[in-house]
Design a binder for this molecule. Sequence first.
Ligand SMILES: [Zn+2]
Ligand SMILES: [Zn+2]
Length: 196
Amino acid sequence: MIDWPQFLKAYGLTIFTWTLLPTLLALPNYSIPAAIAGALFLLFYSYAGHVFAHSISTVFPLNYINMHVSIHHDHLITVPRWLNLIIEAIVDFLCFYVLILIQSALGIHWISTSAILGAGFLYVFIHIFDFSLFGNEQHKEHHEKTFCNYDPEFFDTLFETRCSPDTPYRDLSGESFHALCAFVIAFALKYRYKLE
Ligand SMILES: [Zn+2]
Ligand SMILES: [Zn+2]
């Protein structure tokens, strides 16, 4: 049962900024509805992609091929922690970059390139800096139990995949700052390289 007042209090600002910034990035090349749809897709993709990556990687050979599982989670391939985090940052970012490659291979332009880059930077900032370097209880639980706390937490709440569903919702307002940093870099790239 979702506690909606608490849901909005804990996640509202973050959902707003995480949707607004990629939407702004897509303008004026995309219409406002298309820009918002792209932003919401990217938001959901960061959760669903993680769920999908774990669900298909429980058996050989995908548990080895998927470096998020083989290196970052299960240490089937052991590397020093600093290298683990660098590889994981690259894997996280590539999961977004692949959307740019798919769109260009298919000749479709449904989601703004700069918005995809911004979402990739945001994912790396949160996962590597916040969760891995500074530590985060929820993410620690994800590493212990794997099939819960996929993050962003508002999707775990909506789809009932929180590891500890009886605990209060975590106030994510601080993560708006990460979005600001990630999307400022994406804005710079957009104007420097004239991305859409
Ligand atoms: Zn992790
Ligand atoms: Zn994971």
